[in-house]
Design a protein around this ligand. Structure first.
Ligand code: LLP
Length: 429
């Protein structure tokens, strides 16, 4: 028997007099009624607080928000207004960020296989710098260069050979990786040499990102050590240590705060007498815990003596993380947050796959019923951004709440959105 841990809910969560969960002063049932379900509800003050905490820890323009975790115009505006730069890993993420009014000079272009046109767009928009991932990318930058034309600032992404404790799919710092230039085999040194000598790019720093959802401080300390040793003789202006700070998703998990992470990384760098300015690129730790996803229960199926399935109106299309990585989440009923969760259920979505599971072994109050709102917590990162239209499901709306007001920042998709790119579907046979 467990109770939903309040610490996993957004900062500005409270209960109304009838026990209904409120976030940012808005009742969750009112939001579900107004915007429909599934619905992503983000606590805007929580988002801003995490941005501020990161900027206080590392400094103005020393924190680059990894927009892949959750990208939309409103989020880009918040990160920018709180003094962060924005990491865009595709032309699409750049387009969304620029359309929100964030200047290109606050955007950093990432990606292990940037196309010629993405590089061209980024340079002509005037991004702050490009993090180079391969020799082929250098060829493309050289091909794009014209005498007298813009020369982009660049960094070299280094694969430092640091193994981290996380899911294999999101570990990126080990030697055997598609990302970056291998340090141990000399590719990183060769890339630095080539970039420094090239007239098509201006080398300003080196970069690494060891992986995502990393809890072990030792992994980060090791990355600082390896990168400091590589970067110091180069005397470059910047050393970027990537993102990756883990967050607690389920009861009992403990993660360092952004301030603790900042103190640990900066003191490790100071001990090693690093002269370059240190930056980081957090994504998950800024947005994950700021949001919950609210669904409606549509079907409850009890297989006697075996299991009870609770099916909700979303699933792997709004949160593919359980299917991809076996990630755990806590489920709860917004009408009964403090009620003991006495019964075991499997929470599944509405997609045509047995793997469409949101919470494998969930606990809920025993009176869960069809028509109830059911929520999962800590869904603000890599949910909406990795969502899909599988089964031609329309993607959910996203609402930001603060001080009793709700602001729709991404509207729910409609069938017209699904049909917009389907040329034959618009014709009668
Ligand atoms: N910088 C670079 C170069 C990255 O590749 C990433 C994440 C980040 C920063 C931000 O990492 P964060 O602070 O969010 O851990 N879809 C996976 C996570 C993939 C992360 C990809 N790169 C998940 O849902 O766990």
């Amino acid at each position: 028997m467990t109770v939903m841990p309040f610490a996993l809910l957004p900062d500005n969560s409270a209960l109304d007099t009838d026990q209904m969960l409120m976030i940012g002063g808005c009742r969750v049932d009112d939001l579900a009624l107004e915007y429909g379900t599934p619905l992503f509800i983000y606590d805007e003050a929580h988002l801003r607080a995490r941005c501020r905490e990161a900027v206080t820890a590392f400094g103005h323009e020393r924190v680059v928000y990894a927009s892949k975790a959750f990208v939309c115009g409103a989020m880009a505006q918040i990160a920018h207004s709180e003094g962060m730069l924005i990491d865009v890993a595709s032309g699409g993420e750049l387009a969304i960020t620029l359309a929100a009014g964030v200047p290109a000079s606050s955007c950093v272009l990432h990606g292990n296989n940037k196309s010629l046109s993405e590089l061209r767009e980024a340079i002509s928009a005037g991004v702050r710098h490009i993090v180079i991932d391969s020799f082929d990318e250098m060829d493309r930058l050289e091909a794009l260069h014209r005498p007298g034309g813009k020369v982009p600032d660049v960094m070299i992404r280094v694969t430092p050979g640091v193994h981290v404790h996380t899911h294999d799919f999101i570990a990126t710092g080990q030697d055997d990786s598609k990302f970056g230039f291998n340090l141990r085999r000399g590719d990183a040194a060769a890339a630095v040499e080539r970039a420094a000598a090239s007239g098509a790019m201006n080398l300003i720093g080196v970069h690494c990102h060891i992986g995502s959802n990393v809890f072990d401080a030792e992994n980060f300390a090791r990355a600082v050590e390896v990168m400091a040793e590589f970067a110091e003789p180069l005397g470059l202006e910047h050393l970027v240590l990537g993102g990756g700070l883990g967050v607690a998703y389920v009861e009992g998990e403990q993660a360092a705060s952004l301030s603790e992470w900042g103190a640990a990384l900066l003191s490790a760098a100071a001990d090693l007498k690093v002269r370059s300015a240190i930056s980081v690129e957090p994504g998950r730790s800024i947005v994950a815990a700021a949001a919950i996803t609210v669904y409606e229960v549509g079907t409850i199926k009890e297989i006697s003596g075996l299991r009870t399935y609770v099916a909700v109106d979303g699933g792997m299309s709004d949160n593919p993380r359980p299917v991809l990585y076996g990630s755990g989440y806590e489920a709860f009923l917004p009408r009964a947050v403090t009620a003991p969760r006495v019964e075991g259920y499997r929470i599944v979505g509405k997609h045509c796959e047995s793997g469409d599971v949101l919470v494998n072994e969930a606990r809920l109050p025993g009176d869960v019923a069809v028509g109830d709102l059911l929520a999962t917590a800590v869904t603000g990162a890599y949910g909406r951004s990795m969502g899909s239209n599988y089964n031609a499901i329309t993607r959910p709306a996203v609402v930001f709440v603060a001080d009793g007001d709700a602001r729709l920042v991404i509207r729910r998709e409609t069938y017209a959105d699904l049909l917009a790119t389907d040329l034959a579907a618009n014709r009668r046979p």
